[in-house]
Design a protein around this ligand. Structure first.
Ligand SMILES: [Zn+2]
Length: 336
């Protein structure tokens, strides 16, 4: 018994040391791309996405469409295209497919940007965030700067960093899908639609890294460099290790797993878009800052965002995606 135990400990030790020393983060291109994720750019994009002009981005509203057009114009400027099988960046969703919990919604769109992998182009890494919010009520605009303007601009910034790496001669091995979903606030409708009408086959979808609220802090954690990570070992033990390795190689945030407990009363694992991927057996990790006083209030504004922390969390998701896109073997699904 004892001997086996020692052997196990040695094996675990070797595994751990392998996972902490990761060569993929030592190259110049990674560093340059990672450092391109900037406070200034996140701020510039969020000041537009979460402005009053977008009228709180309610699903199918003109304000949401305007925000969508802005995002697309940024992708075009960067030279990042949409999946080839689509005629443009939109995955159109008719009102019949948007039967939300609050009743009838107008037609709306998911927005998809895409960088094709060189070695394994059919294997897809999804990075998602919802770009809808809850609109305008009693003359007050609910700007949703954190929810989920922060995730929206983070996804755009991660795409920009991968594009920079590609320009510097380091294209990702796997393909990257930057998925901006609609209808989240009405019941995860855009991601549900995507998971049921995927642009790339579900069996080729390796992982979903979902970002929903990463620009603020909750009262237990203000002043700390932290992020909640939810669901990262639910379907693949490797994913949690990869995310931790990425974190150790970069900003060393405190990764808080409080909401990872499926018995947690907040049930956050079920409450954002990644869940529609997990339901299909795709490993997911959900990045989140906690519930704060401006959550779903008209005061969730861009001037309350902690931009340096938003940049650090964005860099963590980028580093995790970098390894998932470039490692030799696709991560293994080992749990149901
Ligand atoms: Zn949200």
């Amino acid at each position: 018994m004892r001997k086996n135990k020692i052997l196990l400990l040695i094996t675990a030790g070797i595994l751990m040391s392998c996972s902490t020393a990761n060569l993929s983060y030592e190259g110049k291109t990674f560093k340059k791309s990672y450092e391109s994720i900037s406070v200034e750019n996140l701020k510039r994009n969020l000041s537009v996405i979460a402005s009053d002009e977008m009228q709180g981005r309610d699903t199918g509203s003109e304000g949401q469409k305007k925000a969508g057009r802005y995002m697309i114009s940024e992708y075009e400027k960067l030279g990042i295209s949409h999946p080839k099988s689509l005629t443009d960046y939109y995955q159109n969703i008719t009102k019949e497919s948007l039967n939300g919990r609050n009743g009838g919604l107008p037609d709306s769109e998911n927005i998809l940007a895409f960088i094709e992998g060189t070695e394994k182009p059919n294997e897809i890494i999804v990075i998602s965030a919802h770009y809808d919010h809850i609109g305008t009520k009693d003359g007050k605009v609910y700007n949703g700067a954190d929810d989920d303007g922060s995730g929206t601009v983070a996804v755009m910034e991660i795409a920009k960093a991968f594009q920079l790496a590609q320009k510097s001669g380091k294209s990702p091995k796997r393909s990257l899908l930057f998925l901006h979903v609609t209808g989240e606030e009405h019941g995860l409708l855009g991601s549900k639609y995507y998971s049921e009408n995927p642009v790339f086959p579900i069996e080729n979808t390796v992982v979903d890294l979902n970002i929903d609220m990463i620009g603020r802090c909750d009262k237990d954690n203000c002043g700390k460099n932290y992020v909640y990570v939810i669901g990262s070992e639910m379907l693949s033990k490797e994913l949690k290790i990869i995310n931790e390795t990425a974190n150790n190689a970069t900003n060393k945030l405190e990764l808080n797993y409080k909401y990872d407990d499926p018995k947690d009363p907040q049930r956050l694992y079920y409450r954002s878009d990644h869940y529609n991927f997990a339901k299909k057996g795709i490993p997911v990790a959900f990045f989140f800052d906690g519930i704060h006083e401006d959550y779903h209030q008209p005061t969730d504004d861009a001037d309350k965002i902690d931009y340096p922390l938003l940049a650090k969390r964005t860099q963590l998701v980028f580093a995790t995606a970098w390894e998932l896109a470039n490692r030799n073997e696709r991560i293994v699904v080992d749990k149901k």
